[in-house]
Write a protein that binds this ligand. Structure first.
Ligand SMILES: NC(=O)c1ccc[n+]([C@@H]2O[C@H](COP(=O)([O-])OP(=O)(O)OC[C@H]3O[C@@H](n4cnc5c(N)ncnc54)[C@H](O)[C@@H]3O)[C@@H](O)[C@H]2O)c1
Length: 245
């Protein structure tokens, strides 16, 4: 049975705790300032793998401590990826295992593949302009979502006429090379991402809607099992076939 330490006991931490037992995992530590504890050699000593779902401000510091303590980490928190390179160096130096993903849902990762194939096709259909839209619950702290950034990267890589993603509002006409991706925050929406292709005659919309967060928690548990006996720095989407296989 895999022994897991949960770093961050918010919505995701609680959900992972709920499904862990039925998936051959045991939660041996829960770390959250709201519980009045922190990461130390003692608090996480029993864990094989640590799963980090905290806040964009806290993630880097937490992950750094976990690597220093020689722990393998699944990183779910988004909104801190400007420091990802530093984590890669630390992981390689320390010889631990690290896997991160802006979206651990298997369905969303299939959606990434669908968008990639569609973008390759739409690259030749120049009469279509395109845009993205994402919607999340009112408690989400970062915007755009990490998933929106991944989708934008896929679009920019595969559609030559788009070279720049714009997430903020525009007080001017949009440039031809700009790809507009808007974010909405409201209510309890677990997560919606869409990419639309718009011509004078019609609109093609590709949309992923999460029904709940269970898919995210299941993907995270699979990633934890996969990284348990590994060293190195990995991205969930790139390793999807091995993880779900
Ligand atoms: N990668 C994915 O698939 C995925 C899925 C869902 C959410 N997320 C991201 O994961 C993060 C957490 O999501 P959530 O919905 O659980 O958020 P949440 O706000 O419900 O919970 C965050 C928790 O982190 C705790 N926290 C704050 N500082 C901390 C610290 N220093 N150490 C440990 N815990 C700390 C808070 O007290 C809170 O309990 C967000 O960045 C969110 O965008 C990613």
């Amino acid at each position: 049975m895999l022994k897991i330490a949960l770093i961050g006991y918010g919505q995701m931490g609680k959900l992972i705790e709920q499904i862990a037992q039925n998936n051959d995992c045991e939660i041996v530590a829960i770390i959250d300032p709201l519980l009045g504890n922190e990461i130390t050699t003692k608090t996480i000593t029993d864990a094989d793998v640590c799963i980090e779902f905290s806040t964009p401000d806290a993630a880097f510091g937490n992950i750094k401590k976990l690597i220093e303590l020689g722990k393998n980490v699944v990183s779910g928190t988004t909104g801190w990826y400007d420091k990802l390179d530093k984590i890669k160096l630390m992981v390689e130096k320390k010889g631990t295992g690290f896997i991160y993903g802006s979206n651990f849902s298997i369905g969303m990762n299939l959606f990434f593949s669908i968008i990639k194939s569609t973008a390759k096709l739409m690259n030749y259909a120049e009469e279509y302009d395109l845009y993205g839209l994402e919607m999340h619950h009112k408690k989400k702290k970062d915007s755009p979502s990490g998933t929106a950034k991944v989708l934008s990267e896929i679009i920019l890589k595969n559609i030559d006429r788009k070279t720049l993603a714009k997430y903020e509002k525009l007080n001017r006409k949009i440039e031809k090379n700009e790809f507009h991706f808007a974010s909405v925050r409201s209510g309890y929406i677990p997560g919606m991402h869409s990419i639309s292709f718009d011509s004078e005659s019609d609109t093609i919309e590709l949309k992923h809607t999460a029904r709940n967060r269970n898919g995210l928690a299941m993907g995270t548990i699979k990633a934890a099992k996969w990284i348990n006996d590994k060293t190195g720095f990995y991205n969930f989407t790139n390793k999807l076939n091995e993880i779900i296989g």
